[in-house]
Design a protein around this ligand. Structure first.
Ligand SMILES: [Zn+2]
Length: 166
């Protein structure tokens, strides 16, 4: 008796927009009974567009974090390029080069950036934790570690692969 039953032969109500539409407003979908998409063509297009917009926004946001996230760096003193005497400095900064310059301004030596890991500054504390036993305990240079460059890179690689596997 209801109008829904009577009119089912020529269309249905779209659950998204809530409008009753003729079947020609729905895409064909043979896996369904009746063989039409649940949503009307218009809602389907909007849904697809929304997914595309969301993906675009997510891509833009991840680009953004890549660019603005601080970088993880390894530095040495220009007078001690292998860190034999003073160790190596492992820290994070928006620009390792700028940090090295500002640290070296009032000193009789420079700081050299040996390596910079793009956008991985947030891993700093985990790298420091791995190297905790080798941390400099003299003076206030808490980001200095008694490690070779190879050991420092290895510690960073370990943190990166641990992060990637989770
Ligand atoms: Zn609809």
């Amino acid at each position: 008796m209801s109008s829904d039953t009577d009119s089912a032969a020529c269309g249905k109500k779209c659950p998204h927009c809530g409008l009753w539409k003729d079947w020609d407003h729905f895409s064909k979908d043979s896996s369904k009974t009746p063989p039409y998409n649940s949503y009307c063509k218009l809602c389907d297009a909007i849904k697809k567009k929304n997914i595309k917009i969301r993906h675009t926004i997510e891509a833009l946001q991840s680009d953004d974090t890549e660019q603005h996230a601080p970088h993880l760096y390894i530095m040495c003193l220009s007078t001690d390029p292998c860190g034999v005497q003073h160790g190596l400095k492992i820290g994070c900064a928006a620009s390792a080069t700028a940090r090295a310059q500002s640290l070296g301004t009032s000193m009789p030596f420079k700081l050299h950036v040996l390596a910079e890991f793009h956008g991985l500054g947030h891993l700093e504390s985990r790298v420091h934790a791995i190297l905790a036993g080798l941390r400099n305990v003299e003076g206030s240079g808490r980001e200095w570690f008694r490690v070779s460059l190879a050991d420092a890179v290895h510690a960073i690689a370990t943190v990166i692969s641990a992060r990637d596997s989770t």
